[in-house]
Design a protein around this ligand. Structure first.
Ligand SMILES: [Zn+2]
Length: 106
């Protein structure tokens, strides 16, 4: 079985991403594959202005992922991620019309 593919949006960095997030990226890419899309990470550990205080991003424990290429706006992939990560110390937040945020509760 080949490794699931994923892409980084321009300007996005995974430098300093933590091990649990690497596993989460692989699993999430696989779930996206099942929905017919290549996972695109739209925010990682880089320091954009919109990662507020208390954000998991600068510490390598969060990613944001694309939803705008799904016909249903990401509703069904969100539900699958939610179900999969429930009870795994992983929080999945759907910012409708923008992205899905996933972080590991370190
Ligand atoms: Zn985020």
């Amino acid at each position: 079985m080949s490794l699931p593919k994923y892409e980084l949006k321009e300007g996005v960095s995974l430098i300093g991403i933590q091990l649990p997030m690497r596993l989460i990226i692989k699993r999430t890419a696989r779930i996206y594959e099942g929905h017919g899309k290549v996972l695109v990470i739209t925010a990682g550990t880089e320091k954009p202005d919109d990662h507020g205080a208390g954000s998991y991003h600068p510490f390598g424990y969060a990613i944001d992922i694309r939803v705008n290429y799904f016909r249903d706006g990401g509703e069904s992939v969100y539900k699958e991620l939610q179900a999969y990560y429930e009870s795994k110390s992983v929080t999945v937040i759907f910012h409708k019309g923008h992205h899905i945020h996933i972080h590991f509760n370190a």
